[in-house]
Design a protein around this ligand. Structure first.
Ligand SMILES: Nc1ncnc2c1ncn2[C@@H]1O[C@H](COP(=O)(O)OP(=O)(O)O)[C@@H](O)[C@H]1O
Ligand SMILES: [Mg+2]
Length: 315
């Protein structure tokens, strides 16, 4: 009797936001969706199996584990719910393709968006698979943790021996990646349902080559050019991402390399473009997909993508 009553009481909001933590980004997204009259609820990973039914919709923002050995709990339950008919924005496959940097490189390569050359190494004492300098990084990395630069063979062997002691190395080895000559900054674009809704430059701390905010980088307002927009939209499409962050490194010859796709992208109000509000823009795009009538009532319709870009546009 009790289980029946519980099942009967399960609420079905318009949209769940599945995440392990209520980060500032997640809290701002919940607030922005709520202000568009979208009934939205934070869904913790252990509730995914119980709450995601075929009639429900979810924005999935499961992140990588802090131990860098995979994706947070809930990913398989998410895939199962999706197979049974739940509507998932950022599907399980998308999360795996974006959180696993090897899968990202393969997905980008297949879509014709060339990432820096990437190889995987799981044994010590062999020739580097790519010409030096190279970057070593975990497959499921974040926050710049364990991302190291190797300029010489001696450095490569030493750094590889270091990372070989990490728990994640035993199951995943390490990625070896061509170094894109650091210019001191990168550009992150937030893409929601095929549209660029936000962007920022991240300027590395003096003396630091990595551009992670967790490593002291500073956020600087950005107006992405059409090359950056086109590349970011193509990269998001390559992983079939509904809400992703695309990190671009400027190339010495002009243009950009797509370095990373963030499946649970963190962003702030500083990412806002054109005097708008990035969270409102994301919420409008999602709301239009979940409940088109709510958006029509709350605001003017979204502008269509800029035709000149071909692939999408800036909201
Ligand atoms: N191949 C590379 N070439 C140049 N810089 C890189 C490369 N790989 C990583 N970096 C720098 O290190 C930072 C962290 O690497 P990244 O692959 O994004 O891992 P994480 O997921 O930990 O952020 C990047 O933001 C970039 O500044
Ligand atoms: Mg990164």
């Amino acid at each position: 009797m009790v289980p029946f009553r519980r099942a009967a009481r399960l609420r079905k909001p318009d949209l769940f936001l599945a995440a392990g933590r209520l980060t500032e980004t997640n809290a701002s997204l919940l607030q922005a969706l709520g202000s568009l009259d979208i009934d939205v609820e934070w869904l913790r990973p252990h509730d995914i199996a119980r709450r995601l039914t075929p009639e429900t919709a979810v924005l999935s923002r499961l992140d990588v584990r802090s131990t860098l050995d995979g994706v947070e709990d809930g990913i398989w339950e998410l895939c199962r719910a999706e197979r049974r008919g739940a509507r998932v924005f950022n599907t399980g496959a998308t999360l795996l393709r974006s959180h696993d940097k090897l899968a990202t490189a393969l997905a980008l390569g297949s879509a014709g968006v060339r990432p820096p050359r990437t190889a995987q190494v799981s044994e010590l004492g062999k020739e580097p698979p790519l010409p030096l300098p190279v970057v070593l990084k975990p497959r499921f990395g974040s926050w710049g943790k364990d991302v190291v630069l190797c300029g010489t063979r001696e450095e490569y062997d030493r750094r590889l021996a270091d990372v070989a002691n990490r728990p994640w190395f035993r199951t995943q080895g390490v990625l070896v990646q061509e170094l894109v000559q650091p210019r001191g900054y990168d550009v992150r674009l937030v893409v929601a349902c095929g549209r660029v809704v936000g962007a920022i430059e991240r300027h590395a701390q003096p003396g630091e080559w990595r551009t992670n905010v967790a490593l002291g980088a500073e956020r600087v307002a950005a107006t992405p050019d059409s090359a950056a927009i086109e590349l970011a939209v193509a990269a998001a499409r390559a992983v079939e991402g509904d809400l992703v962050g695309i990190d671009l490194l400027p190339l010495p010859t002009g243009g950009y390399a797509v370095l990373e796709v963030n499946g649970a992208v963190d962003f702030t109000n500083e990412y806002t473009l054109d005097g708008g509000d990035v969270f409102e823009d994301v919420a409008e795009v999602l709301a239009a997909a979940v409940r088109p009538e709510a958006v029509a009532a709350a605001s003017a319709p979204l502008a269509p993508p800029e035709p000149s870009l071909g692939l999408g546009g800036v909201v």
